[in-house]
Design a protein around this ligand. Structure first.
Ligand code: MRU
Length: 358
């Protein structure tokens, strides 16, 4: 692949609504292998989300929406509307258990279920028409995400000065969305505008999304990227190499408290200590205005083996106690601004969020 090429497509629906399937780029294999995985049932989609074959808040939501189209297929018998909708909802409830933190998953499933109720009544279900109706909604969710990412790029690029050093954590790029990303969209747009930026990518332990995915995506687009271990961020800031931090988000509460990949909160504290602005880029689908603050955001706990066997071999003693939260919450007061498709939210508060989003 040449340095100027795009990130390969993360998510694609292949074929028609009735017999088609979801094709995902298997992100667990990157950057060594670019390999696709086909999901033909909603259970396959659950597995792909759970095991991070597809990951990143917006991408998880889009995949789940297509999972609901798969739930309309392979019925052995036709049933009445209420029976069908009950089983359809059961598939949705299963998908909801795949990962708890990214609100985009729940947002997309709510949307699919609400859309299903709008379908005019048919004598028997499932029907080709109903599956096509649901596929239209899933496609709409994907298209909207593409548009939101481009808009986030335009809004955020205004904040970047030529020659700046920018630090990012985890992966909020094209791989984490339908296309182009959120935090990385800002960097892609700034770079397309001819602003020569230098990016520092935290490797992002334990699953190395920064090393495996962000470093790779930036390299594919020919952007100057330097990989650092998470523990090096303070030193890099102290040396004056970074003038801005930008990350994505998995869920933003009504007051601006933001859940993102574990380690983000530490980066925000470091940025504050060094007088460096810390920005979060996210689409409106990542806001959860039903939660007053970050205390109620559910934090996913993952398998201890991700910590003890992270590099393809055991790196800790047998039987060691491990704590492995996948996300943390950065308090709103550490965030200089929220970059959304509707504009920049700055300063970050309940009032400014409501004013921009509604
Ligand atoms: O566990 P992951 O890889 O799904 O975590 C992803 C992140 O934390 C991203 O920063 C976030 O989802 C934003 S993606 C645009």
């Amino acid at each position: 692949m040449t340095p100027t090429s795009q990130t390969p497509r993360t998510i694609a629906w292949i074929g028609d609504a009735d017999r088609g399937f979801l094709r995902l780029l298997d992100q667990t294999l990157l950057p060594m292998k670019v390999k696709y995985r086909d999901c033909r049932t909603s259970k396959h989609v659950w597995e792909a989300i759970r095991n991070l074959r597809v990951r990143g808040a917006p991408a998880i939501g889009i995949a789940a929406a297509y999972g609901m189209v798969l739930a309309c297929q392979r019925w052995k018998v036709a049933v009445d509307r209420d029976t069908f909708l009950a089983v359809f909802k059961k598939h949705g409830n299963e998908l909801r258990t795949s990962r708890p933190t990214a609100v985009n998953l729940f947002w997309a499933l709510d949307r699919m279920e609400a859309r299903a109720l709008q379908h005019s009544e048919y004598p028997l279900y499932p029907s080709k028409e109903f599956a096509a109706f649901m596929l239209d909604e899933a496609r709409e969710i994907e298209t909207e995400d593409r548009d939101m990412c481009r808009a986030i790029g335009r809004v955020g690029a205004e904040l970047i000065q030529p020659g700046q050093g920018v630090l990012t954590h985890c992966n909020a790029g094209g791989l984490a969305t339908a296309d182009y990303g959120t935090a990385l969209a800002v960097l892609f747009t700034a770079s397309e505008q001819g602003k020569n930026i230098r990016v520092f990518a935290d490797e992002t332990r334990p699953l190395l999304q920064g090393a495996r995915l962000t470093a790779w995506e930036l390299q594919q687009r020919g952007i100057d990227v330097t990989l650092i271990c998470d523990s090096m961020a303070a030193q890099v800031m102290k040396e004056g190499r970074v003038q801005m931090v930008i990350v994505g988000a998995d869920r933003i509460a009504a007051n601006g408290d933001t859940a993102n990949k574990i380690g983000t909160y530490g980066v925000a504290l470091l940025a504050r200590a060094h007088g460096i602005p810390f920005y979060v880029a996210a689409p409106s689908s990542t806001f959860d205005l039903s939660l007053p603050d970050g205390a109620a955001i559910p934090i996913e706990q993952r398998d201890p083996r991700e910590v003890t066997h992270g590099f393809g071999r055991q790196t800790a003693p047998d039987g060691i106690h491990v704590y492995n939260p996948a996300f943390d919450v950065t308090p709103a007061e550490l965030i200089a601004g929220l970059i959304t498709e509707k504009g920049l939210i700055r300063p970050v508060s309940g009032e400014t969020i409501r004013a921009v989003l509604q």
